[in-house]
Design a protein around this ligand. Structure first.
Ligand code: SF4
Length: 489
């Protein structure tokens, strides 16, 4: 059986995941849109990164053709100093493909290209495995490096490849882990061929695993993993083998919030602190401007004056309410061209927000950071944009602080949970139902991957989605007023 570098990384995380990958192919989930988009981003970054190491030669072999790739790599290393997608394979079944293999005197450097903007810990494991394979396949390795995107790079006109990327030498960290690789490899090679499925208790980080649908099929929608801290949830499950909040005694709760959430859930009730809700409402100044942004992020900056992964706002919704319970007026902005949306958005925002009254947002860090970035980008608009930030009030606070909490929130203060807990409005069934979808569809538009009709539909869906986000805040404000007055129970 083969062991690839992604198998190795998976095996380090969880041997059961590795076993399931090898023995229960029926359980391997289809890639979702987000994962596919990440793959595509990775490929684009990789293609650009080859120019960082010019004059290399590509190993011409299909992905599945490990033997062919390894044989062609051997031949190319005789006459070439820079080889892209170099492949090595061992008799024990281990194999890998390094993004760039570069000659360094009598030895070789391994260079892994990553679309992130920093070195992540698992890259070290990734390179440790690759070094093990290449060295045992007859390529002495001197340095191991990661080439990743540079988050300080700002695009001006054409991409500057030397500035877009940063190369980090991680040889020392790789060498430190090197001694354990062989032991792990042996363990994984024997583990994956065992006939019986390994028993690994479910734990709080399982929800990120591709096999969570299988291992976590009995976990209820609201469980100890939502209620307790990761450490306590894992301890609780190990000791009791229960996921159920009903089985959690008070002693397991380490914060006041957890106690509130637990009691609310057990009694299927609300937690209401009228005075705290009223204190928060007292900070509001009318008219209220309920604001929400949608943004798009590109690994490789598409526009001038943008860094890798900059959050570029392209849409906002604004509901304006002159007094409590008054019918709100709605304004919105959506950039419908394949050009930089920021200047037009900032100007319309300033024009729409007036000079006084609270700007109500849900989770203020996001909108305030976008405003600060716009102010840096457009110094002539900075005073007005920063003045908007001075007026921001965060509606998340009364819900996150548990001044008002419903058991239906399932320990979350996200508007996606709070809204259906207190109103009939929900995001279910919407063509665009969350910020991630809004972002990926708008990115597809920017990249010219949609037909005109698809874009038209998407613009309508975006307007509906973002409009609902701010209308939701209007409804929640009404809810807060009613609870503050004790009218709702
Ligand atoms: S869901 Fe958890 S236990 Fe199951 S394979 Fe994944 S990490 Fe392992």
């Amino acid at each position: 059986m083969f062991l690839s570098k992604s198998d190795y990384i998976m095996g380090l995380d969880c041997v059961k995941a590795l076993w399931l990958k090898k023995n229960r192919k029926d359980l391997t989930p289809e890639y979702d849109d987000r994962t596919l988009q990440n793959f595509e981003t990775g490929e684009k970054v990789q293609e650009l990164a080859y120019d960082y190491y010019p004059k290399g030669i590509m190993v011409d072999a299909e992905n599945w053709d490990v033997f062919g790739g390894a044989a062609k790599t051997k031949i190319l290393t005789q006459d070439h100093d820079v080889i892209y997608e170099a492949t090595a394979k061992l008799d024990n079944g281990c194999f890998c493909r390094i993004d760039v293999l570069m000659r360094n005197g009598d030895t070789w450097d391994l260079i892994e290209i990553k679309s992130a903007t920093e070195v992540k810990d698992y890259y070290i494991d990734d390179l440790s495995f690759q070094k093990y394979v290449f060295e045992n396949a007859g390529y002495p390795v001197r340095n191991c490096k990661v080439l990743h995107l540079n988050n300080q790079y700002v695009r001006h006109s054409d991409l500057d490849i030397q500035q877009l990327f940063t190369e980090e030498d991680v040889s020392e960290q790789v060498n430190e882990r090197q001694k354990d690789v062989e032991m792990y490899v042996k363990g994984m090679l024997s583990y994956q061929t065992r006939p019986e499925e390994p028993e690994v208790p479910l734990h709080s980080s399982c929800s990120d695993c591709p096999f969570y649908g299988y291992c976590g099929k009995d976990v209820p929608e609201y469980s100890v993993f939502d209620l307790l801290s990761s450490k306590n949830a894992d301890l609780f499950y190990n000791q009791t083998h229960s996921f159920n909040v009903e089985d959690v005694s008070e002693d397991w709760c380490s914060t006041e919030k957890q106690l509130i959430d637990r009691d609310a859930y057990l009694n299927k009730s609300l937690h209401i602190e009228q005075e705290r809700i009223q204190d928060w409402l007292n900070t509001l100044e009318y008219p209220l401007y309920y604001l929400d942004y949608e943004t798009v992020q590109c690994a490789i900056p598409m526009f001038d004056n943008a860094k890798p992964y900059a959050q570029i706002p392209f849409q906002f919704s604004l509901h304006i309410q002159n007094s409590p319970n008054a019918e709100p007026k709605h304004l919105e902005f959506l950039h419908q061209e394949r050009s930089d949306p920021r200047r037009a958005l900032a100007e319309f925002l300033i024009k729409s927000c007036g000079k006084k009254g609270s700007i109500v947002v849900y989770n203020q860090a996001f909108e305030m950071t976008r405003n600060k970035e716009l102010a840096e980008l457009f110094p002539d608009l900075a005073v007005d944009l920063l003045a908007i930030n001075e007026r921001v009030i965060d509606q998340l606070i009364p819900f996150r602080s548990r001044a008002l909490y419903s058991y239906k929130q399932k320990s979350s203060a996200s508007i996606k949970y709070v809204l259906p807990a207190f109103s009939d409005l929900s995001y279910k069934g919407m063509n665009i139902a969350n910020g991630g979808e809004a972002m990926s569809k708008y990115l597809a538009f920017l990249e010219g991957k949609q037909t005109e009709d698809e874009s038209k539909q998407m613009f309508a869906d975006l307007l509906k989605y973002c409009g609902q986000d701010t209308y939701a805040m209007v409804l929640l404000m009404d809810v807060l007023y009613q609870f503050a007055k004790g009218k709702k129970k």
